[in-house]
Design a protein around this ligand. Structure first.
Ligand code: NAD
Ligand code: MG
Length: 296
C-alpha cells in the first residue's frame, strides 16, 4: 500500500545515468541536462529567516542557488557572489529572490582576486543595510589523475578560492556580525574520504571542516554560531568543467548508498536549519548530506 505522506528517498529525483556532457569553465547550470533541482518550483518557506541579511558565495547555481532560493523564501534579503561569466545563471536566481519579495544584491567577483572579499562584504553591508549571516560556499574543483599533472598554479588557485577566501571574508565581515548571526561553510565528503583525483580540492575541504570547528570557538564568545555542511555527490555544474574525469559523469552518484546523485534542493533545509534560531544549541558541527556515506 502506498502512503501518500511518505516518500521513499531512493525513488525521488533523477535516478538514471546522466547523458555524457562537459562544459568550458565556468560551467553553467542553464546548459546542464538534466537541469539540477534547486527548489525553484518546490521550496516553501515558513519565515524561519525573517529579515536576516545574508551573504552567500557561489549562489548563481547548484547548492548555493538552492540556499539562496530557500533563504529568500524564508524571509531573508540576500547578497549573492558569482563568478564573471555566470550572468545567465545568476539572473535566474535574482528573479526568484525578487519574486519571493526579498532584496537581492548581485556581486560579480573572482575569489582569486585578493581584493574581492573586502569589496563584496562592503557592498553587501551597504546595500543590505547590515550583515548577520554568511554562507561560504564557492569553490573550484578540477580533477587530475596524478599529482604529476597537477600544476602548482592550480593548487594555489584552489586554496585561494576554497579556503583562503573564507579567512578573508570572515575577517572583513566580523565587525558587522551581531549576536544571533551565523556563519555556514560548505565542506565535502571529500574532506573526510578523499578521492585520489581531487588531491588539492579534497585537502581544502578538510581544511574547511577544521576551520569551521575552530572558528566556532572564537565566535560563540560573541553569540554567533559556526557550522558546516559536507555534501556527497550532488548534480551541479562544478562536476562538468573538469570536476570529474569525463568518463565518470554518466554514473555520477550511483555509488552512494541511496543509489543516485543528490539534488541541490536536498541540501537547502540543512542550511536553513543551521542558520536559523532553531539551531540555537548547534555550533562547531559539520553536517553530512552525503546520500549515506559516513563523515565520521
Ligand atoms: P556550482 O558550480 O554550482 O557552485 C560553485 C560556485 O563557486 C560557482 O557557481 C561559482 O560561482 C563559484 N566559484 C567557482 N570558482 C570561483 C572563483 N574563482 N571565484 C569566485 N567564485 C567561484 O557547484 P556546487 O556543487 O553547488 O558547489 C557549491 C559547493 O558545494 C562547493 O563548495 C563545492 O565544493 C561543494 N560540494 C559540492 C559537491 C557536489 O557533488 N556538487 C559535493 C561536495 C561539496
Ligand atoms: Mg555557477
Amino acid at each position: 500500500m502506498t502512503e501518500p505522506h511518505l516518500q521513499d528517498p531512493r525513488e525521488l529525483y533523477y535516478r538514471h545515468e546522466f547523458p555524457d556532457q562537459d562544459q568550458a569553465a565556468p560551467a553553467l547550470q542553464s546548459e546542464m541536462n538534466p537541469q539540477p533541482d534547486c527548489g525553484e518550483t518546490s521550496y516553501e518557506g515558513h519565515d524561519r529567516l525573517l529579515n536576516r541579511r545574508v551573504l552567500i558565495t557561489g549562489a548563481d547555481s547548484g547548492i548555493g542557488r538552492a540556499v539562496a532560493i530557500a533563504f529568500a523564501r524564508e524571509g531573508a534579503d540576500v547578497a549573492i557572489q558569482y563568478l564573471p561569466g555566470e550572468e545567465t545563471d545568476v539572473n535566474m536566481v535574482a528573479t526568484l529572490i525578487k519574486e519571493a519579495g526579498r532584496k537581492c544584491v548581485l556581486l560579480s567577483h573572482d575569489l582569486r582576486d585578493e581584493a574581492a572579499p573586502e569589496e563584496m562584504v562592503a557592498k553587501a553591508v551597504e546595500e543590505l543595510g547590515g550583515l548577520d549571516t554568511l554562507v561560504l560556499n564557492a569553490a573550484q574543483q578540477i580533477a587530475h589523475k596524478d599529482i604529476a599533472d597537477l600544476s602548482m598554479h592550480q593548487v594555489k588557485d584552489t586554496f585561494m578560492v576554497n579556503i583562503i577566501s573564507m579567512f578573508a571574508i570572515v575577517k572583513a565581515a566580523e565587525p558587522h556580525l551581531p549576536a544571533g548571526g551565523a556563519i555556514l561553510t560548505t565542506s565535502s565528503i571529500q574532506g573526510f574520504n578523499p578521492s585520489p583525483q581531487l588531491l588539492d580540492y579534497a585537502t581544502t575541504k578538510a581544511a574547511i571542516a577544521n576551520f569551521t570547528i575552530n572558528l566556532s570557538q572564537q565566535f560563540i564568545k560573541r553569540g554567533i554560531r559556526v557550522n558546516g555542511v559536507a555534501p556527497g555527490p550532488i548534480w551541479t555544474p562544478i562536476q562538468l568543467a573538469g570536476g570529474q574525469p569525463q568518463d565518470a559523469i554518466p554514473k555520477f552518484g550511483q555509488n552512494a548508498l541511496l543509489g543516485r546523485a543528490g539534488q541541490p534542493v536536498e541540501l537547502a533545509p540543512v542550511y536553513v536549519f543551521l542558520a536559523s534560531n532553531e539551531a540555537s544549541y548547534v555550533t562547531g558541527q559539520i553536517y553530512g548530506v552525503t546520500g549515506g556515506e559516513s563523515i565520521n
